[in-house]
Ligand binder design. Structure first.
Ligand SMILES: [Ca+2]
Ligand SMILES: [Ca+2]
Length: 279
């Protein structure tokens, strides 16, 4: 009897060791699993999961910044400066100490989103209207190529409600978000679509995106609802921050080294808001 039991145990262990190894998590499965967890927690009125402390927003400062129609912000490779792009086709570097600006690259394209690949320091820039992503090669950021086409946004003519957010995730994966439908895709850098979800359960649009590897969170800014959010990579809302005083918040950048979050406002006199944060 004991022998049979041991044999069964070995078989079970082997089966679990040989289980499927999904490299790319399936969004729908992950969302369903999270919903199940929630339901299970609610049944007996208690939350069995570990409570995660969410970041606390503090005071803010507002700066005028010379980046025309600022619409995307990320940190540079050594996190000493901000890189920002705007609708007028400008890529600029911003000194976070005095907000002085220098131009890096220009091109006639509606640049609405920016992310840096920490493995290569290449930049990915989301282009609205043509609904694609440029790769801008490090170190000098003067040579671009089109690497991703968001075909659904092209086919359904998202036009000016198209690609507005991009964030580097991991491996060769990026998140791409649109205003229309608050749609969020994962794409491989070779242009292959991996998955799609919508954040429309809480957001009106995705106007800007950042991925925060410390919390494994997505930070999303929504210029229509005038809020920004933290959600899981499966799209579960974790926190909401009100920024009703910002006229057109289209870019977001989490800066843990400076204990702040940067929000850019695309307006005729472009602004950057620096929010103190306790992470
Ligand atoms: Ca814009
Ligand atoms: Ca737009």
């Amino acid at each position: 009897m004991k022998l049979i039991f041991n044999f069964c145990l070995v078989v079970m262990l082997l089966a679990s060791a040989c289980g499927s190894t999904d490299i790319v998590p399936d969004f729908e499965d992950k969302v369903a699993a999270e919903e199940k967890e929630e339901e299970a927690g609610n049944e007996d009125g208690s939350d069995q999961g570990t409570t995660v402390k969410m970041p606390v927003m503090g005071a803010y400062k507002r700066y005028s910044v010379n980046v025309e129609e600022i619409s995307g912000i990320c940190l540079n490779k050594d996190k000493t400066a901000l890189l920002a792009c705007g609708d007028q086709g400008v890529l600029k570097e911003i000194n976070p100490n005095d907000m002085s600006v220098k131009t890096i690259w220009t091109r006639d394209a509606d640049m609405e989103a920016i992310a840096l690949d920490p493995r290569t320091n290449d930049l990915y820039i989301g282009i609205e209207y043509s609904q694609k992503v440029y790769k801008l090669a490090a170190p000098d950021y003067q040579k671009h190529s089109s690497i991703i086409y968001v075909q659904e946004a092209i086919d359904n003519e998202y036009n000016n409600s198209g690609v507005e957010g991009i964030a580097y995730w991991k491996d060769d994966l990026v998140f791409v978000g649109t205003q229309w439908g608050a749609n969020l895709w994962v794409y491989k850098l070779d242009g292959t679509k991996v998955s799609k979800i919508s954040l429309s359960g809480f957001a009106d649009e995705i106007a800007g995106l950042d991925y925060d590897p410390v919390g494994d969170w997505l930070w999303v800014v929504d210029s229509n609802y005038k809020k920004f959010y933290i959600c899981t990579t499966a799209g579960k809302l974790l926190a909401t921050y009100d920024v009703s005083f910002i006229s057109n918040a289209e870019s977001i950048c989490v800066d843990r080294d400076r204990n702040c979050v940067w929000i850019g406002s695309d307006e005729s006199s472009p602004k950057i808001y620096k929010f103190e944060f306790q992470f």
